[in-house]
Design a protein. Structure first.
Length: 245
């Protein structure tokens, strides 16, 4: 096991959505280890985080709960770093895609991100300082297969990241996105288990392996830290070279 990544986040508070598992859990762990206070928003009770972790239970698939969660957090915390990580993929052939599944994906993956970024971002703008990190995807760049709602939402995330970065960079708030490649988390259990798809995926990744949630956490630590102080509006692929192939 290599040494954990380091960057000093002492005194900063991060709000991370979807910190109960996968990538969000790994980002929360790494931020905590680097001195941050972490407020995590998710539906499940969470285990395994170090002290300094503050859970807020909310379903971001429900518009009213997005606002309520943001208000609850802002009553008690000054948020320096917002990580919009919670996300959902529902697969159907496009011609049969049910409207209600389409809406569920858009609500969590883009609408909740837009609203949370407004609510948490406004106090950052007043202070003239803050960091927003959105979770994009390979499907921000490619179309994928039977994932049209997800691809549409992640394409929107990439564009939202750039537009908000343009507006907020002059006001001291940095907005960026990470586009993870194939990462072995709960979201991909079925793909990892499918021998044929797994082989096809590995053949396309120059690094020759699935990514880990910790690989993405390293990029999230960089973007949150002062090492990234001149990085605005980027969508950073962390993909073992997948997009370069
Ligand atoms: N894994 C990959 O290969 C990959 C690739 C590209 C992009 N991404 C993106 O990276 C992000 C994290 O993915 P992951 O693989 O870590 O996913 P994951 O393991 O499935 O975790 C998703 C997280 O989102 C939370 N969540 C789901 N629905 C929610 C809701 N309605 N309200 C509040 N929280 C909710 C879940 O917590 P609860 O169940 O407790 O609510 C969980 O903590 C997503 O935006 C995903 O699109 C992942």
């Amino acid at each position: 096991m290599s040494a954990p990544f380091t960057a000093d986040l002492t005194g900063r508070t991060a709000l991370i959505t979807g910190a109960s598992s996968g990538i969000g859990h790994a980002i929360a762990d790494l931020y905590l280890r680097n001195g941050a206070t972490v407020v995590g928003v998710h539906r499940r009770a969470v285990t395994g985080h170090a002290s300094g972790y503050v859970p807020v239970i909310a379903d971001l698939g429900e518009p009213a709960q997005v606002r309520a969660a943001a208000e609850e957090v802002l009553r008690q915390h000054r948020v320096d770093i917002l990580v919009n990580n919670a996300g959902l993929n529902i697969r159907h052939p496009f011609e049969d895609f049910p409207g209600e599944d389409w809406d569920r994906v858009q609500q969590l993956n883009i609408r909740a991100v837009m609203e949370l970024t407004q609510l948490i971002g406004r106090p950052m703008l007043e202070r003239g300082a803050g960091v927003v990190i959105n979770l994009a995807s390979m499907l921000s760049f490619t179309g994928g297969f039977t994932a049209s709602a997800y691809a549409a939402s992640k394409g929107a995330i990439a564009q939202l990241t750039k537009s908000v970065a343009n507006e907020w960079a002059p006001k001291g708030v940095r907005v960026n996105a990470i586009a993870p490649g194939f990462i072995a988390t709960e979201m991909n259990v079925a793909l990892v288990a499918d021998k044929t798809r797994n082989r096809q995926i590995l053949e396309r990744i120059p690094a020759g392996r699935w990514g880990t949630a910790q690989d993405i956490a390293g990029a999230a630590l960089f973007l949150a830290s002062d090492a990234a102080r001149f990085v605005h509006g980027t969508v950073l692929p962390v993909d073992g070279g997948y997009l370069a192939r």
